[in-house]
Design a protein around this ligand. Structure first.
Ligand code: FMN
Length: 184
């Protein structure tokens, strides 16, 4: 069984979460390919049992680089006729979306639209979007947003505790994938 982790990170928060997911998958004895979006190029999502995509929320959207990456891949799949009306499920193809955010103004609502948007690329291709994980991350270079925002004092997040939780959630997620495989 194989998983890909594809992520974009400017300040390192999303990268930490990506590593924690990698640790969780490796603890489950899954082969993991790990890429920044810049390196992922024409990587074929259909080669994997699970594709994990991570990014920070920028004004409740994914950053431009992530959006371009996803649109390019989607354009290719559309040309190949893989975006079908009704988006029938492709058995054994799963996705996980993870989004870090600081929520200085409206909290979690600043991340959910970005996560839902990215999930749609996979949903349209017939992947099962197993979950969206929204992880709090310090707003680097903007102290007020890290101390006085809707989420309070978020300096140092994601913390070791947050990352431990991510690793544990990943182990459970993989168990779910394995169970689905057994029942098919
Ligand atoms: C240009 C920019 C725009 C941002 N916009 C938002 C936003 O609208 N909502 C939010 O919750 N966080 C916002 N953030 C905070 C980041 O989403 C958050 O700190 C994230 O964890 C950074 O991830 P990274 O360290 O992997 O780059 C923004 C950060 C930057 C640099």
């Amino acid at each position: 069984m194989k998983a890909a982790i594809i992520y974009w990170s400017k300040g390192g928060n999303t990268e930490k979460v990506a590593w924690a997911i990698k640790e969780g998958l490796e603890a489950s004895e899954v082969e993991v390919n790990f890429y920044r979006t810049e390196e992922a190029g024409d990587l074929d999502w259909f080669d994997y049992d699970l594709v994990c995509v991570g990014f920070p929320s920028y004004r409740w959207h994914p950053p431009e680089a992530v959006d371009s990456y996803l649109k390019n891949r989607m354009g290719e799949y559309r040309q190949q006729g893989r975006v079908k009306t009704g988006s029938p499920r492709v058995p054994g193809k799963n996705a996980l979306v993870f989004c870090t955010y600081s929520g200085p103004h409206t909290g979690l609502n600043e991340a959910i639209p970005a996560g839902k948007y990215v999930g749609q690329f996979f949903d349209h291709l017939g992947f099962e979007v197993l979950d969206e994980w929204y992880v709090v991350g310090e707003f680097h270079g903007h102290m007020e947003h890290s101390t006085k925002g809707r989420l309070g004092d978020i300096r140092g997040r994601p913390s070791q505790e947050d990352l431990k939780e991510i690793k544990e959630k990943t182990i459970k997620l993989w168990q779910r994938i394995r169970d689905m495989g057994v029942s098919r």
